[in-house]
Write a protein that binds this ligand. Structure first.
Ligand code: COA
Length: 260
């Protein structure tokens, strides 16, 4: 499928996915949400060789400045609920992707943009990045998981303050709160994200995928995370990669993982 609002490049085995609606500050309209759904449900899982994915925004100003406000006009109860559900489904696909997905936040990351960054496994912010959940300014609430993931990342008190005031914070404050992993000079956010993915790509791929699953299980109210971890540990212990990792350690050499 050819995408209108996404651009995809590969850099040394790492896929760089850019939201590409620069004139609207990369706001996520419904078409872009559908393209992201197709990408993460259909296209990305087929690309078996990629080391991971970096998500960023096109242009120097914005990562994503929110859902597309122009599409909000006339929205009512049922349409609103399915709109939010669809976005949440896409963001769950990203959160559960078995390889690292890192947001390289190059500018405004507001509303759905902050929610998109939060469903990624990590966030690298340019010093110019700005974060916020300004939905209350428009008389609406976050709908793509913001009320849930912001609490997970920064705790309830600060999440309450950000969501109820609609205030924007800068990259340093986002770092201090634990919303972002690193703050880098503007223009270096993709390189930093790639550096982390490169490092992860030298580890056992099954161990990486199962670690992501186990950490996500912590937030699933229907799963006992400790029991889930023990089962996953057993399955990973049964892989050739685990034997290879242990042998490589004992023989003081670098492991060669095959993903089996
Ligand atoms: N949806 C649709 N269009 C958006 C948008 C959004 N979320 N955010 C920005 N745009 C558009 C603007 O309408 C404008 O388009 P125009 O030139 O056709 O009028 C263009 O992007 C540039 O935005 P502008 O507001 O002129 O830039 P700015 O530098 O003055 O302000 C922001 C930047 C990010 C502070 C401001 O655009 C903003 O507050 N955006 C909305 C953020 C928001 O509330 N997001 C949550 C939505 S639920």
């Amino acid at each position: 499928m050819a995408y209108e609002n996404l651009t995809i490049k590969t850099r040394k085995g790492i896929l760089i996915l850019s939201i590409n609606r620069e004139k609207a500050l990369n706001a996520l309209n419904i078409k872009t949400i559908e393209e992201l759904h197709h990408f993460f449900a259909v296209s990305a899982p087929k690309r078996k060789k990629i080391k991971g994915i970096v998500i960023t925004g096109t242009g120097a100003k914005a990562f994503v400045a929110g859902a597309d406000i122009k599409e909000f006009l006339g929205m009512k109860k049922n349409g609103g609920a399915s709109f939010a559900q669809r976005g949440q489904d896409v963001f769950f696909l990203i959160e559960n992707f078995p390889k690292p997905v890192i947001a390289a936040v190059n500018g405004f990351s507001l509303g759905a943009g902050c929610e998109l960054a939060m469903c990624c496994h990590m966030r690298i912010a340019s010093e110019k990045a700005r974060f916020g959940q300004p939905e209350v300014n428009l008389g609406i609430i976050p709908g793509y998981g913001g009320t849930q993931r912001l609490i997970q990342l920064i705790g309830k008190g600060k999440a309450m303050e950000l969501i109820l005031t609609g205030d924007m914070i800068n990259a340093e404050e986002a770092h201090r709160l634990g919303l972002v992993n690193h703050v880098v000079e503007s223009g270096k956010e993709i390189a930093k994200a790639c550096e982390i993915i490169e490092k992860i790509s030298t580890k056992g791929p099954i161990a990486v995928a199962r670690s992501i699953e186990c950490m996500n299980a912590y937030y699933d109210k229907l799963i006992d995370g400790f029991a889930f971890e023990a089962v996953q540990f057993g399955e990973v212990a049964d892989t050739k990669d685990f034997q290879e990792g242990a042998k490589a350690f004992i023989n003081r050499r670098a492991p060669k993982y095959i993903g089996e």
